[in-house]
Each structure stands twice: as C-alpha cells, then as structure tokens.
Design a protein around this ligand. Structure first.
Ligand code: MF3
Ligand code: CO
Ligand code: CO
Length: 276
C-alpha cells in the first residue's frame, strides 16, 4: 500500500493512504469531531430505563441537524438511521427501533457527523441503571484498550504496533478482540484506506505518518471473539451471546504524535461510569 497527498487524491477510497498536510483539514476534522462528540454528550442525559433506541436516534438526528451537520449513516449503504445502538451482546451496527432500554443493559451509541465535508466518527458505552460488575469491567477495559491503541500512535510506529497495544492488553485481561470489524481511514470520505485492525504484531503493517487520519474502535468480548450478522443484514452479535463493548475515537497524526478529534467537550468521555 502506498501514500498519497490528500489534496492530490480523488475523493474516494483508492486503496492509497491519504496524507492531510493542511491545517484546514485538521481544523475541519476537529469541528466535525466536536459535533459528533457533543451529540454523545447530549445523549448521556437521555439514556435511562424506559427510553427506546428510536428515541435516542431521533435526538441524535436533531442534534446533528441543529449544529449544521449531516448524519453520515443516513442512506449509507441502505442504512436509515443517524446512530447505531448496540445493546449487550450486539457487537456493532445495532438498528434503533422500539426496543426499550432496561436497567442492567449496556449500550454502545455510534454517531458520525459530516460538517463542511469532514467526518467525525465516535462511539461510547452507556450503562442503564444498575449493571453487573463484569459489564462495568468490560467497558472500563475497552475504553482503556482504545486509549492504549491511541497512545501507540506516532510517526514511525506501525499499524501492527497499534493493534498489538490493544490486543495484548485485552487478552491479558482475559477479553477477546473482534476480528471481523475494524477502524478505518476517514476525512472527506467515511470509510477510507487503511483498515485499522485492533490486533497485530509489533513492527508489522504500514508505517504511521503525519497527516494520516483514521478511527480506533476496538470491540472486545467477554467470551469468544466470533461474531455473526443477523438476517437484517446489519446487527452483528457475538456467536456465544457473551457481552461485548466498543469505544471509538477519530484521530489525526501530527509531526510529534496524535490529536483526538472526538474528545468529549463536556468531559464525559466514559458515560458508562455514570449510569443513567
Ligand atoms: N459509525 C460506524 C463506524 O464506526 C459505521 C456505521 S455504518 C452504518 O464505522 F451504516 F451502519 F451506520
Ligand atoms: Co462509528
Ligand atoms: Co468508524
């Protein structure tokens, strides 16, 4: 795989890794990331016993529109909602609907906002009422695994270093890493090269360079790593029905490290720690 200056690349996934060297690109990603993160902040007060996932989706759509942005998932490959709402053993791509949140549920909400052409893609875990200790531990470790992955990102490191940081930590805590879904380059397009695997070996894979922008979005399971997609074509669940969790940030690589575009403006980066 090779690299291309983003300004010279066609605006689609050509398989090349785009390098964004303009301050304007980073400013655009920070603005889009702030709207997506602000949306997840707003939802922290709305996730509670008795609320439907469709209601969460309605609130997210309104928030995104109210901030002059577009929901990237609406009409994306036939998807029709602003967010994915993935409950308990749903790994990702859960579809909002009439399911009512109940005390004891854990929920991932994943939102992508497009602002001025740039994509901000982020997800967090939420706890509904009292949840089992093992669910809390799973969510804590998933957040920490994402942050360890991000901490491994710097020019000269490799994608394998990033994957290894996540996998070695998750497995040392007796959790498994989902293989079927990965992070992705993003910028002016939603899902771009490269794929960001959440497992790997030190020193392997593409070299990380300033100007790369991508997501880090590990999915960790309490049980086995296997997943399957339900007949709706979207909902991915753990094969063994074990609990699963995911956190996601969008980041950009600078000359000396990494910037997170989707940090919580309200400081609620881990809403699961304050159950609603
Ligand atoms: N936001 C998801 C991601 O992290 C993608 C969801 S695509 C959808 O890449 F169509 F399911 F919404
Ligand atoms: Co996402
Ligand atoms: Co993503």
């Amino acid at each position: 795989m090779n690299y291309v200056q983003a300004v010279e690349a066609p605006e689609r996934n050509t398989g090349q890794i785009k390098l964004h060297d303009r301050a304007q690109a980073f400013a655009g990603m920070h603005a889009a990331g702030k709207i997506a993160a602000g949306c997840l902040d707003m939802l922290a007060a709305e996730v509670r016993d008795g609320v439907t996932t469709a209601r969460i989706d309605d609130l997210a759509r309104q928030y995104v529109f109210d901030h002059g942005a577009l929901p990237a998932c609406v009409f994306y490959r036939g998807y029709r909602h602003t967010v994915c709402t993935s409950l308990n053993h749903v790994v990702c791509h859960g579809i909002p609907g009439d399911r009512v949140l109940r005390s004891g549920d854990i929920l991932n909400i994943d939102v992508t906002a497009i602002f001025d052409g740039w994509h901000g893609d982020t997800s967090r875990m939420y706890a509904v009422g009292d949840i089992p200790r093992k669910a809390e531990r799973l969510m804590d470790i998933t957040y920490d695994a994402m942050m360890r992955g991000i901490a491994a990102i710097k020019p000269g490191a490799t994608l394998g270093d990033l994957g290894y940081a996540i996998q070695s930590y998750a497995e040392s805590e007796r959790l498994s890493v989902v293989r079927e879904f990965c992070g992705h380059g993003l910028g002016r397009i939603f899902h771009d090269a490269p794929n960001i695997l959440h497992y790997g070996k030190p020193g392997q894979g593409e070299e990380l360079k300033p100007g790369m922008m991508f997501t880090v979005e590990p999915m960790l399971n309490l049980g086995a790593p296997g997943v399957k997609v339900l007949a709706d074509g979207w909902t991915a669940v753990t094969k063994d029905k074990s609990l699963t969790a995911q956190y996601e940030h969008s980041i950009g690589i600078t000359e000396d490290g990494v910037e997170i575009f989707t940090k919580s403006p309200a400081g609620i980066d881990q809403p699961h720690k304050t159950p609603g």
